[in-house]
Design a protein around this ligand. Structure first.
Ligand code: PLP
Ligand code: COI
Length: 337
């Protein structure tokens, strides 16, 4: 392999040695298989291709100072993938298969786990698709579960530097009773025009509002939103956002720091009252938000023009510290591989 410059990695695809796959046929899951092929051979009438029967996950493995590889809260990803499967009528992947696949794919690609201190990590992308054919709108009878891995750096090129984001008023990502609360490909397809516009206009991401009233904050592209004021961590409650594992972890860390936590509807106008704001997710970790523009209303909410705020920085340090093994894992979130 070409030498990887770990410190320079962006959030992208790097070819690794192996992926793992498991097939659901005749009502049951088969044995885990190992493949070195980057391609998938798929039926032309597979429901994943026509009716969007597809769900994916994202989790990371980190190499610690002690050389151990640590996985962060995989049970939550397995659970969310089961929920996603339920939400679009796919076969559910049992936790035993999920974790066996996760461990196997990490071990097989050990040389791609970025070294401690590089700022990079190994990103795992579990994928569940309807592989069986249907022509009428119906769930498939056959499914494929796969995981590939790729070493990644920061999701936003700014890394842990404040980003500028834009309130999206031309597109909705997900409907209140739709699929926004599960991790299915259609949600991301629905976000692409907004994301494209945001990038064109020089923003790192778009901030979606509730689709019904366009009054409340939903989430920030591929990450949840949080705001901080009066020693309180505040994050939206909405049926159209993805329950972020990073966000649920930050909530526990914030409580542990002696902060109050509120999960509730956040009106756009409340943005002017926050002392700090951020976007959080596996890929983004914490991306501090420097400024939010509501272009249609000619308004800007500015949190910082320099460094990230103190509380966001502390949350980030504690979360990454646990993930890397530098900070005591008092919540029991980390498993050694
Ligand atoms: N929101 C969306 C739409 C996402 O795609 C993700 C990433 O998975 C998140 C939030 C953050 O979730 P998590 O912290 O579990 O990665
Ligand atoms: C993640 O944070 O893992 C994501 O899946 C976000 C994005 C890359 C889709």
């Amino acid at each position: 392999m070409k030498d990887i410059n770990w410190g320079e990695l962006s959030f992208g695809y790097v070819k690794t040695d192996y992926n793992v796959r498991c097939y659901y046929r005749d009502g049951k899951w088969g044995e885990l298989e190992v493949s070195s092929d980057e391609n998938v051979n798929l039926h032309i009438a597979a429901t994943a291709l026509h009716y969007g029967q597809e769900s994916f996950e994202g989790l990371k493995a980190f190499k610690g100072k002690d050389g151990n590889v640590r996985l962060f809260r995989w049970e939550e990803n397995a659970k969310r993938m089961r929920n996603s499967a339920k939400g679009i009528r796919m076969a559910e992947v049992p936790d035993e298969i999920f974790i066996a696949a996760v461990k196997k794919v990490i071990k097989l690609n050990d040389r791609f786990v970025p070294p401690y201190g590089s700022g990079a990590s190994l990103y795992l992308r579990p994928l569940l698709i309807g592989s069986g054919p249907q022509v009428g709108v119906k769930p498939a009878e056959e499914y494929m579960f796969m995981i590939f891995v790729t070493p990644v750096g920061p999701y936003f090129k700014e890394g842990f530097k404040p980003v500028k984001i834009k309130i999206e008023r031309n597109y909705d990502r997900a409907a209140p009773l739709g699929t926004g609360n599960i991790k299915v490909g259609g949600n991301y397809a629905a976000s692409l025009n907004a994301l494209y516009d945001a990038h064109e206009e020089g923003y790192a991401s778009s901030l979606f509002l509730d689709a019904c009233e366009k009054k409340y904050i939903d989430e920030a592209g591929p990450a949840n939103f949080f705001g901080i004021k009066n020693n309180t961590y505040i994050t939206p409650k909405s049926t159209s956002i993805l329950p972020s594992i990073t966000n649920m972890s930050l909530i526990e860390i914030a409580k542990d720091m002696g902060m109050n936590v509120e999960r509730r509807a956040i009106e756009v106008e409340e943005l002017s009252t926050f002392e700090e704001a951020g976007a959080c997710g596996t890929a983004a970790v914490i991306s501090p938000i420097g400024q939010i523009d509501d272009v249609a209303n000619d308004k800007s909410y500015v949190y910082t023009t320099g460094e990230a705020g103190k509380i966001s920085t502390e949350l980030y340090k504690r979360l990454q510290g646990i993930q890397m093994g530098d900070v005591e894992d008092k919540f029991g979130w980390v498993e050694l591989v």
